[in-house]
Design a protein around this ligand. Structure first.
Ligand SMILES: [Zn+2]
Ligand SMILES: [Zn+2]
Length: 274
């Protein structure tokens, strides 16, 4: 089993006391029998949540990952990853960072759209339906912009805002289950064409949403459109949550007809039989 999306205490939204170091995550990965782990701390290009996401300690991460790669050699593959969010909000900054740090694996995310805070941090009761719907439309178009830019290996947790819309009873605004294919078809076609993988993020399954991001129908649609490259990650922010709901997601993928899941090594896909 492969964990392709998790966070150490370097991530700004991880509690510094309870969160794991990179070594803690690797140790836990060995304990639960993983073959590989990609540590993908939050690199939020636009500091929308300045108090929550201070600038990432890229140097510290690089040192700890280098140490872990050596320490766990032959036991666990440690992948030097990053969760790159809002890359297109400041491409110059993004390009500078990517030129400096030689990641094995880049997850592309949109947590916030231009003019709005992170979907996790929105004041939902103060946002009228019309504006919230607009934020969703921007979300879909910013994902497409990210796919067009394309310097990512997997597109993370598409449908992410749905979690918060649902928590606040606003999910009817977007009718995800009826309109999901329509919203995401252009994006899925683009990533397939460009060889960017689709992430299936299991956090919605082990938290409160009840679906993975994206949900099964969109995964099936991706397959129908010719998509074959899927990464599966738990989005654990604490070592105890590593790989949660990955086994059942592998079963779902198998049932949907996927033969492999992928990880990345030096930005190149590695296929693993399901
Ligand atoms: Zn994310
Ligand atoms: Zn994440």
């Amino acid at each position: 089993m492969h964990e392709t999306h998790c966070h150490s205490r370097y991530s700004g939204d991880v509690d510094k006391q309870k969160g794991g170091t990179i070594d803690d995550l690797c140790r836990q990965a060995v304990n639960i029998g993983l073959e590989s782990i990609a540590v993908t701390d939050h690199l939020e290009i636009q500091q929308i949540m300045g108090n929550i996401f201070p600038p990432l300690d890229n140097e510290g991460i690089f040192k700890d990952i280098t140490k872990a790669k050596e320490k766990y050699k032959g036991v666990l593959e440690v992948v030097y990853g990053v969760e790159l969010a809002q890359a297109c909000h400041d491409l110059e900054k993004t390009d500078n960072i990517l030129a400096k740090y030689k990641y094995d694996y880049i997850i592309g995310s949109v947590h916030a759209v231009r003019g709005f805070p992170d979907f996790s941090d929105m004041e939902y009761s103060a946002v009228p339906d019309r504006i919230l719907k607009h934020a969703w439309e921007l979300y879909v178009s910013e994902l497409e912009e990210l796919a067009d830019w394309g310097n990512i290996d997997t597109l993370a947790h598409i449908t992410y805002p749905y979690r918060y819309f649902k928590r606040h009873g606003r999910e009817n605004l977007i009718n995800l289950f009826e309109k999901g294919r329509k919203y995401f078809e252009p994006i899925l076609r683009k990533i397939i064409k460009k060889g960017i993988a689709l992430e299936v993020n299991t956090s919605g399954l082990w938290q409160d949403t009840g679906i993975s991001f994206p949900h099964n129908d969109l995964i099936m649609f991706y397959k129908e459109l010719g998509g074959k490259m899927v990464t599966v990650g738990s989005d654990a922010h604490y070592p105890g949550d590593l790989a949660k709901c990955i086994p059942q997601t592998y079963s779902v993928l198998k049932d949907l007809g996927f033969e492999t899941v992928i990880t990345f090594r030096e930005r190149k896909p590695v296929f693993h039989k399901l």
